[in-house]
Design a protein around this ligand. Structure first.
Ligand code: CLF
Ligand code: SF4
Length: 298
């Protein structure tokens, strides 16, 4: 609750529905899918879902240009008065080809200077963009961290693309891990609130997430959100974890409970879609598809 937060932190989270359990009943968030590509491959990815970098069946969200994205935000702001946060959360990684997310935020900030800007990333490109993130007043960043042990990471990530090369195996996971930890440290040192999302993959990282929780707490993460893998049988053999089941509710709770006392647990995540609009748990995205937007907005 508010009482255990420093006033300047409360000021930042009080109307952010993901960072504050209290706020999620009253404030809405929306996502715009403007990231053109991703620089890593997660075995569980189907590139439809967002912040969670999550995988579950559904309709593919539209990929928008920055102009289209900004138009959508303005249209939503006119009809959803509770809108307080704009997040860019995949599919793809907002910080990989950062120009798209940056241009979107700049266009929106011109018309809606008070909206909070939020980014979700796999962290690989994060250390390169910390200055800009701080300068643009993006004070909420989510990093998806599924492991701190590259041997476990190698089971989750078949490759990462970095420094003009594709890396594979344990070396790829080590690179991702080092960049995630560095990015997290850099952000918290600058006063940016960082939430860590972890996808619980039974048999792969379930017991390991306690170590992830410790590692991110040590580096100043504000919240840790452990979310269940939602397996997607429709995605068949294209994905390395096909046939992988998600955890039961009990298994999820067990891991979350085991992490209590470490980095603060988030338990109200609704595993939003990449084009989600509205209060958490509400999805009004289909009301604001491109074909339904007015062509001009003041
Ligand atoms: Fe979006 Fe993520 Fe920002 Fe929230 S979602 S980019 S931090 S504004 Fe929130 Fe949705 Fe859970 Fe994400 S409930 S999936 S934690
Ligand atoms: Fe997919 Fe997100 Fe992983 Fe990229 S970071 S591969 S978009 S789940």
């Amino acid at each position: 609750g508010p009482s255990d937060l420093a006033p300047e932190v409360w000021e930042k989270v009080k109307d952010h529905p993901c960072y504050s359990e209290e706020a999620h009943h009253y404030f809405a968030r929306m996502h715009v899918a403007v990231a053109p590509a991703c620089n890593i491959q997660c075995n569980y990815c189907n590139r439809k879902y967002d912040c969670a970098n999550e995988s579950r069946p559904g309709v593919v969200s539209e990929r928008l240009t920055p102009e289209q994205g900004a138009r959508k935000v303005l249209a939503v702001a006119q009809s959803v008065p509770q809108l307080s946060v704009l997040g860019i959360a995949g599919p793809g990684d907002a910080l990989y080809d950062w120009r798209h997310a940056k241009a979107t935020f700049e266009l929106v900030a011109e018309s809606l200077p008070d909206i909070k800007l939020c980014i979700s990333t796999n962290g690989l490109s994060l250390p390169d963009h910390v200055d800009e993130i701080v300068n643009m007043n993006i004070d909420h960043v989510t990093i998806t961290i599924n492991m701190v042990d590259p041997k476990i990471g190698a089971k989750i990530y078949p490759w990462v693309f970095f420094d003009h090369k594709r890396h594979t195996g344990v070396a790829a996971a080590r690179l991702l891990h080092e960049r995630q930890m560095l990015g997290l440290e850099m952000l918290t040192a600058r006063g940016v609130l960082v939430k860590v999302n972890s996808v619980l993959i039974p048999g792969i990282n379930d017991e390991h997430l306690i170590e992830v929780n410790k590692a991110v707490k040590e580096r100043g993460a504000f919240l840790h959100n452990i979310m269940p893998l939602i397996s997607d049988p429709a995605h068949g053999t294209a994905f390395g974890l096909s046939g992988q089941r998600g955890p039961t509710g009990q298994e999820l709770k067990k891991v979350q409970d085991a992490c209590e006392g470490g980095a603060k647990m988030m338990r109200h995540c609704r595993q939003c879609r990449a084009d989600a609009v509205g209060l958490l748990g509400e999805d009004r995205g289909q009301e604001f598809t491109l074909d339904k937007l007015p062509e001009f907005l003041e």
